[in-house]
Design a protein around this ligand. Sequence first.
Ligand SMILES: [Zn+2]
Ligand SMILES: [Zn+2]
Length: 188
Amino acid sequence: MQIGISMEHCVNHPDHAAVEHCEVCGRALCGLCLWYGEDGRRLCEIHAQELRAAGEEVLPPETYAEAIEPRLLKQPAAGNAASVPYQGNSQDVTAFLAAVISLTTLFSCMGGVYCLPIVAAALGLAAFANASKAVDPQRTRTLAGVSLGIGGLMLLFILAYVGFFVGVMAFSFALATSSAPPPRPLVP
Ligand SMILES: [Zn+2]
Ligand SMILES: [Zn+2]
């Protein structure tokens, strides 16, 4: 497995990205030209046929090309991406950070950290807006959605709390003014 910066092309198919090299002659091979020896050696067709002539079992590309070809057509340059368990860039990190902050906020709401849900919601919103630029847009959207959901919920709670307080204040004020006896003139 090699991670190349410059893309190499198959010696037989200039429009196909090379996925392996022949271990005998070192030529770059795409999935359609890659043969395997019985010991797992990667071979070009010439050297595979040589081994086959010598009596060894070889695996022609046809036996697995169907599994490789759709990937080749979809993203020729990212042949190694699928085997990496976690890949992220700044957008993923933003979403992750937002999720962590919102989750922290969820469990620390007794600590009076009232500005965190706003931060989480804002970060989540930013991450969601940039999700298409992330390595894994789906996961980034999920994380951003979690942050937005929790952050937004916390904001709603706080707003409802404040609104309730203001409402109660206004109500009691209205009650007090309406039930209070009319102000008597100071001078009879
Ligand atoms: Zn070869
Ligand atoms: Zn090829």
